[in-house]
Design a protein around this ligand. Structure first.
Ligand code: MSP
Length: 589
């Protein structure tokens, strides 16, 4: 029987659409899932969305929507994003699924029956951004360091508390004996905090109705983390034939949620007498051009933006190369483009195309290949950059050097030296593709097809070079945001059309004259009140008003600064917090 491998990503909050931070954990999990499948293991790969709690409820209210309606609008954006990146998750869990809720009920009931809960008053700080109760020592300048100050609020509420402190000695013992915390540096951090004194924590919320009511006290809902963490276990209980996958082999997560995944989750499971996950891996963060990624800075990179610019496999490769495994990793569109051109367009892609041309007429049969232990080990420890380097050095660079050394293009087609060198390089490239398939699945399939049996020509280059130009635009005052064209309606007898643009969960109706727009295209929209520069440098004030009798709720910037009809998907995601007068840049392909 094949070995089981169960891997998870955090389930993402849906207060926002997916960005490169969510993308990196999901792509990383996908790389591991694919490699373990390639190594003949039986894999269960789970991702999903965290839909309850105060933060989501507040977002829904802001949009004027019922929370469930709001969730149902946003969740498809995550599902689409993962599809567009060829993510091979076996299941997508939503915490609003009644099947998940049933498992939460039964697990919390076990904790209750164990006598591990009691009612008490919580007096202190809460960060709505993290959905986290904060201690004084968590605060920096009086607020949570990860979110804007207004997200940190003082709370005084009657809650059910979980006896976290009861499990501290047992957790310390387990970590010291069978460490499940990786990278190893994180272990010391957790142990120090455990030994520094741990207090019990709230398990429920008093005034947050958007959540799962407690089975023993329906006037309170489960604190969102006590609902969300259970997803990892609940999926194995209600998704068909997955029960044997518990305990999970690996939880992947970002550093800000280390404590929840390495202490609170373990204490909940110990209390409910359920086996503990075998391993957690905590990665660091992406910074964008030296700054923390944030909507207010307008530097959020979306997966769509990357896929449009670098293709699916190009994006997956760039994420793997820059993955913030141990330390924060500084990325940016410009840097991504340089890396893409150097590694994929000029090196890997170019070599495959050279070999296809030079190898015309040759037949090189398929042979058994195995993934090297060194590569598997590097991927398993999330050292993607090193894993890729090993493959490039051993197979790609080596082949390039051999070709340049021998110059087979100067030799006759039947010359044995030419045949030998080409056979050697083609086999090397097939081996490289076999290893890199977990990172670039479609490209590697193509490489295998064209370089196996009779060598075939490439229909188009694997990785066309990209050019990145930075175009500054000046937001004079007011609001510019970006959204996705969801519908285009031609207005009879007029050369204008009414387009529907999705901005988060909101829909804007905009009249525009650009008839080359496509559904799915990302467009910048100036909202009423904004002043923007027109083509001649003059100012235009955007007003909500009727154009030919049709109400327009904003103006498409593409008809101002960007030229019409171009693919604007590379525009930064800006939101209403974009600072007035700030110089914003968009990168044009
Ligand atoms: N809903 C909780 C997780 C519950 S899991 C039981 C949550 N969601 S989140 O939407 O905020 O996503 C957090 C995860 O997104 C991080 O752990 C990390 O995986 C990823 N990242 C968010 N920003 C990131 C960066 N800037 N860089 C890298 N990853 C980051 O927390």
């Amino acid at each position: 029987m094949s070995k089981n491998f169960y891997i998870t990503t955090p389930i993402y909050y849906i207060n926002d659409i997916p960005h490169i931070g969510h993308t990196c954990t999901t792509v990383a999990a996908d790389i591991l899932a694919r490699l373990h499948r390639q190594n003949n293991e039986s894999v269960f790969f789970l991702t999903g969305t965290d839909e309850h709690g105060q933060k989501v409820a507040e977002c829904a209210e802001k949009e004027g929507l019922e929370p469930q309606v709001y969730c149902d609008r946003i969740v498809p954006k995550f599902i689409e994003a993962w599809k567009s990146l060829n993510i091979s998750n076996d299941f997508f869990i939503r915490t609003t699924d009644p099947k998940h809720e049933a498992v939460v009920n039964s697990l919390l009931t076990k904790i209750y029956e164990k006598g591990d809960v009691y009612k008490s008053k919580y007096e202190g700080w809460y960060c709505v951004g993290c959905e986290k109760f904060l201690t004084e020592t968590d605060l920096v300048d009086g607020h949570c360091p990860l979110h804007p100050p207004e997200k940190t609020v003082k709370k005084s509420e009657e809650n059910w508390f979980f006896k976290l402190s009861k499990y501290v000695p047992q957790i310390i013992e387990i970590i010291e004996k069978d460490n499940y915390i990786f990278p190893i540096g994180k272990r010391a951090e957790v142990i120090a905090k455990l030994k520094g004194g741990v207090t019990d924590i709230s398990l429920s919320r008093e005034n947050v109705s958007w959540g799962i009511p407690l089975p023993w006290d329906k006037s309170q809902t489960a604190y969102v983390w006590f609902d969300a963490l259970i997803n990892y276990y609940s999926a194995t209980q209600f998704v068909e034939s997955k029960s044997e996958f518990w305990p999970a082999d690996l939880h992947l997560l970002g550093k800000e949620i280390l404590w929840f995944h390495t202490v609170i989750w373990q204490a909940m499971l110990l209390s409910a007498e359920i086996k503990l996950p075998k391993k957690t891996f905590t990665h660091s963060f992406y910074m964008v051009d030296g700054q923390k990624m944030s909507k207010s800075l307008g530097n959020v990179i979306s997966p769509q933006q990357l896929v449009n610019q670098f293709g699916v496999d190009g994006t997956r490769y760039l994420i793997a190369r820059s993955f913030p495994s141990e330390n924060d990793s500084d990325v940016g569109i410009g840097r991504f483009a340089e890396r893409y051109n150097a590694d994929l367009a000029n090196n890997f892609g170019n070599l495959v195309s050279r070999l296809c041309k030079l190898g015309e007429g040759l037949t090189i049969d398929k042979e058994e290949m195995v993934i090297s232990d060194e590569f598997t080990k590097l991927i398993d420890t999330l050292k993607f950059d090193e894993a890729i380097s090993v493959v490039f050095e051993n197979f790609v660079d080596k082949s390039n050097n051999r070709l340049n050394e021998v110059a087979p293009w100067k030799l006759e087609a039947a010359d044995p030296l030419r045949v030998n060198i080409l056979t050697e390089c083609i086999k090397n490239l097939r081996t490289a593709a076999f290893h890199l398939a977990c990172i670039m699945p479609e490209t590697c399939k193509t490489v295998e097809t064209v370089l196996t049996g009779e060598i075939k020509p490439l229909v188009s280059p694997l990785f066309p070079r990209v050019e990145v130009k930075e175009i500054p635009i000046n937001v004079l005052t007011g609001k510019i945001i970006s959204g996705k064209v969801a519908n285009i309606e031609k207005l009879a007898d007029l050369s204008i059309q009414l387009i529907t643009v999705n901005v988060g969960a909101k829909e804007l109706k905009i009249v525009c004259g650009d008839n080359s727009l496509k559904i799915g295209q990302i467009v910048p929209v100036a909202l009423p009140g904004a002043k923007v520069k027109d083509k001649n440098g003059g100012e235009i004030k955007i007003k909500k008003g009727k154009v030919h009798g049709v109400v327009s709720e904003g103006m498409l910037c593409s008809s101002l600064e960007f030229g019409t009809g171009s693919d604007n998907s590379h525009i930064q995601i800006l939101d209403e917090k974009t600072e007035i007068g700030s110089e914003l840049t968009i990168s044009a392909p």
